[in-house]
Design a protein around this ligand. Sequence first.
Ligand SMILES: O=C(O)c1ccccc1NCC(=O)[C@H](O)[C@H](O)COP(=O)(O)O
Length: 266
Amino acid sequence: MVADDEIDPAVRSILDAARERTVEADRIAADARSLPDAFAAARADGRVPVIAEVKPTSPTTDGVRETDPVAAAEAMVAGGAAALSVLTEPEHFGGSPETLDRVRAAVDVPVLRKDFVVREAQLDAVAADVVLLIVRFLDETGTDDLADLIDAARERGFQVLVETHSRAELDEALDAGATIVGVNNRDLAELTVDLGTVERVAPAIPEDVTSIAESGIATPDDVTRMCEAGADGLLVGSAIMSGPIEATTERLVGATCPDAETERTH
Ligand SMILES: O=C(O)c1ccccc1NCC(=O)[C@H](O)[C@H](O)COP(=O)(O)O
């Protein structure tokens, strides 16, 4: 359980809003595009597997980026992104399920739904290829259990990215059956970013689990650093959204990136 006095007020507000959000919709049946296959295709093509994030704003962003989400998504794919992430959280990130729907219809790469899902019914807000579940947010009162949510998401056809920030959270994710694990460099309690987080956590991710380094990745050197730590893929939002979108994506996917499996030693 994350104590109130340990968490940034902006994140507390995100969590409170997530717990209150109700979704009354039919059960989703997603026909998912494979994220691991998209990563493999990018590798085979000489591109670093990057999930580029359509992120209009956030608690750590100044103002709102007015770029049309579909135009941004198309520029990301043109720049070589293996997959996309679309924020659907409305109150703190300027996203919506409708935006994800429009983006997913416009591209043929897998699309991650980036939101703060804490209850099963919230999975039915919109079809996507991958949904995010955040370990840190699922040990609070009023949220469903991580393993139950993973099962519920898979029953609907989603792939599941389980986000962690520490070795203990990684253990929780693996125990719950995660096969795609993110390590977030952003500490969601303090909103600080430290690329050393992936360096500490990723080496413990089993080889048969897809690992994704998240947040704070801005330069080709950062990409190389995350690959050397063992990341199979990277999630990049702010650096790409700050643009120029296509050229920035191209620069990051063209970085030097050793094969993650040779970097993980177990
Ligand atoms: O990005 C934020 O300000 C933020 C604040 C509070 C909770 C979550 C937040 N971000 C979610 C993310 O994980 C990022 O959008 C994603 O990893 C991309 O990060 P970046 O490349 O640093 O924009």
